[in-house]
Design a protein around this ligand. Structure first.
Ligand code: IPD
Ligand code: CA
Ligand code: CA
Length: 263
């Protein structure tokens, strides 16, 4: 069992608390699927409610820290070196369609860098967590990225660019190249879990464009603490700014980056 510091304990408790209502609401969504209006408004309410719970819990424990929230935007804190970066529901489309693949993502950014992360998948009851220098864990088990070095044996996750977001005309060709050089591609629809799964050695690589800081901040530290590598798709360290992310077990990082760059 990994050492759970007071900081990570605060984060985990906040995630568990918000998850309770989220799971109840997920049960409701499954009922609402059959109605003509559908569950969209209901999901928006569930999402905002989860964020409110997270903010209240984290603020109680660390009153001076600021926030970067997907729904609520920026809340400045008295302490300018620490802020929470939160996605209360990553995988909204899955949630909306009754697919149980979604998560709460909480990161603590310290002096501009992800310092601690919690990504919690409540339906699976899988809690991924990491703190700088302390290792990464799934529930109580230590995580290690996969040992695969041969791209042909690697399973690669991705997310497809959304219509209306930054245009990435090269993306279909990237998919084409990646699926012909690896053992397969997965698109499960929750970036925070894509990263957590790299940490767990389930995927060997992951790439996506135009993500937001709340999609990736928690996952980045979890991947790094599990021994993996995270960069921008071009190999730079700017992924929190550009939202273009490449994460891997480390062994295939350069090769995968080169494969993508060739397109
Ligand atoms: C989305 C998910 C998805 C990714 C999208 C994100 P949301 O987050 O992480 O996997 O492809 O780009 O916006 O909207 O479900 O929080
Ligand atoms: Ca998200
Ligand atoms: Ca979200």
């Amino acid at each position: 069992m990994g050492y759970r510091s007071p900081l990570i304990t605060v984060m985990i408790n906040a995630a568990y608390k918000a998850a309770k209502a989220l799971v109840r609401d997920f049960g409701e969504v499954e009922q609402l699927q059959v109605s003509r209006k559908g569950p969209a408004d209901f999901v928006t309410i569930a999402d905002h409610k989860a964020e409110k719970t997270l903010v209240a819990e984290l603020r109680k424990a660390r009153p001076k820290y600021g926030f970067l929230l997907e729904e609520g935007g920026v809340i400045e804190g008295e302490d300018t070196s620490n802020r929470w970066i939160i996605d209360p529901l990553d995988g909204t489309t899955n949630f909306l369609h009754g697919l149980p693949h979604f998560a709460i993502s909480i990161a603590l950014e310290r002096d501009g860098k992800p310092f601690a992360g919690v990504v919690y998948s409540p339906v699976m009851d899988e809690l991924f967590w990491a703190e700088n220098g302390q290792g990464a864990f799934l529930n109580n088990e230590r995580l290690r990225t996969s040992g695969r070095r041969n791209l042909e044996e690697c399973l690669i996750a991705t997310g497809m660019p959304y219509k209306g977001r930054d245009n990435h005309p090269q993306y279909p060709q990237m998919l084409d190249t990646v699926w012909s050089t690896t053992s397969g591609i997965r698109r499960f629809g929750a970036a925070a879990l894509d990263l957590a799964y790299i940490a767990a050695g389930r995927y060997d690589g992951f790439f996506e464009f135009s993500l937001s800081p709340w999609d990736i901040a928690g996952g980045i530290i979890i991947v790094r603490e599990a021994g993996g590598n995270v960069t921008d798709i071009n190999g730079s360290g700017e992924m929190m700014k550009t939202g273009n992310i490449l994460a891997s077990n480390g062994h295939i990082h350069r090769e995968l980056s080169e494969v993508l760059a060739k397109v």
